[in-house]
Write a protein that binds this ligand. Structure first.
Ligand code: PMP
Length: 370
């Protein structure tokens, strides 16, 4: 497992009015917002006291698990759907279906927003993710397809399968005059979070500016795991031009499959990551075990019950704090809650069975930063 260091060399910020419109406006908590989309974004920033005291740095975490769909992917799903509407690719309440290949979080966000806006969701996922995600997707009314975890070059890899099923849906619609007889075109839209730059823009126009505002721009490092690369890419592209000395750091796991940390691990160069690649400076390895120990530590010390990639990010943040030394401020992301990981990452039997924990092993020191 590894954490990638990113340093910006030059500004790469999309300031077009179109993309600026896509990010969530500031939520006034005493006002009424318009539907579930109105509570996406503008998440609080938490100071993690125990990690801050132990390292002498201020370790701050953006509570993205408080988004209504439980992760930062709400921002991404909303951004991709709004852009598709603007481009005339989909229209609400016309039988349009949004297809996506996902490890779960993006699918859940798409399913939620699809319900709110009058679309159907068709979600393709690898079959080794935590059960809670499939259950939630079904409750949200999504059609869920499971496929074996496979390499990106495999035609049945979950992203490839979602792409193909969207295109099969569209060719079926073309040849089925009945569906189109009312003059309304049902369309399948493949959202494609890995390559769709609305993902990057959601973070460049939303998450990044929020972090800047919440910290008054006083940050020394930013740490985030990379799945699509949208978070690390979008946030660092926004922050780096404003804070040139910032270290923007992403975390990656070594294996793309067979690890308990879900949602991260780039196994190819995505467009969303590529946009920020020029910022990448270095990488640090983080093991599954360290993430597990960090998650348990944060419940004990902070009452923070977080998911696997969030715990990995916190390990990365401590590592960076140790490298920078006391007196620095580090921001990371808490992507989702532990509730989404009860049957795997938070299940001791599962972890012992997969040799991530041993029955008798004493806890490791999550604060050592080594
Ligand atoms: N954490 C979780 C739980 C995720 O689902 C993802 C994305 N799949 C990430 C982190 C990584 O975020 P990004 O795609 O923006 O790199």
């Amino acid at each position: 497992l590894s954490t990638t260091f990113l340093i910006s060399r030059r500004a790469r910020r999309d300031t077009s009015s179109k993309s600026a419109r896509l990010h969530s406006s500031e939520i006034a908590v005493n006002k009424i917002v318009n539907g579930v989309e109105g509570i996406i974004g503008n998440t609080p920033m938490i100071k993690i006291r125990s990690l801050s005291e132990a390292t002498g740095c201020e370790i701050l975490a953006k509570a993205e698990f408080l988004n209504p769909g439980g992760s930062p992917k709400d921002r991404v799903a909303l951004s991709m759907i709004q852009m598709a509407e603007e481009q005339g690719l989909i229209r609400p309440n016309t039988g349009c279906v949004i297809f996506e290949g996902t490890s779960g979080s993006t699918g859940i966000s798409i399913a939620m927003i699809a319900r709110a806006k009058g679309y159907s969701a068709w979600i393709v996922m690898p079959d080794d993710q935590a059960q809670e995600k499939y259950q939630l997707l079904e409750k949200l009314g999504a059609h869920v397809e499971k496929t074996r975890p496979a390499s990106i070059v495999d035609e049945n890899q979950y992203v490839n399968l979602a792409r193909r099923q969207a295109s099969e849906f569209n060719s079926g619609e073309e040849s089925n005059a009945d569906h189109n007889s009312d003059g309304v075109k049902r369309r399948g839209f493949f959202a494609n979070q890995f390559e769709n730059l609305s993902n990057f823009q959601a973070h460049c126009n939303g998450t990044g500016p929020e972090i800047y505002k919440q910290t008054d721009g006083k940050i020394n490092a930013f740490v985030a795991g990379a799945g699509t690369g949208g978070t690390i890419g979008g946030v660092s592209s926004y922050l780096k031009p404003l804070i040139p000395e910032l270290k923007a750091e992403g975390s990656r796991k070594r294996h793309q499959v067979d690890t308990v940390i879900e949602g991260v691990g780039l196994n190819r160069l995505t467009k969303n990551f590529d946009l920020a690649r020029e910022f990448i400076d270095d990488a640090i390895k983080v093991t599954d075990r360290e993430a597990v120990e960090m998650a348990r530590y944060l419940v004990r010390e902070e009452g923070l019950f977080i998911g696997s990639s969030s715990a990995m990010n916190c390990v990365g943040a401590v590592r960076v704090a140790r490298m920078l030394g006391p007196g620095h401020r580090i921001v990371t992301i808490l992507c989702d809650s532990g509730q989404r990981h009860l049957t795997k990452f938070w299940n001791d039997d599962y972890l012992i069975k997969h040799n991530i924990l041993q029955q008798q092993t004493p806890p490791i020191d999550v604060l050592s930063g080594s």
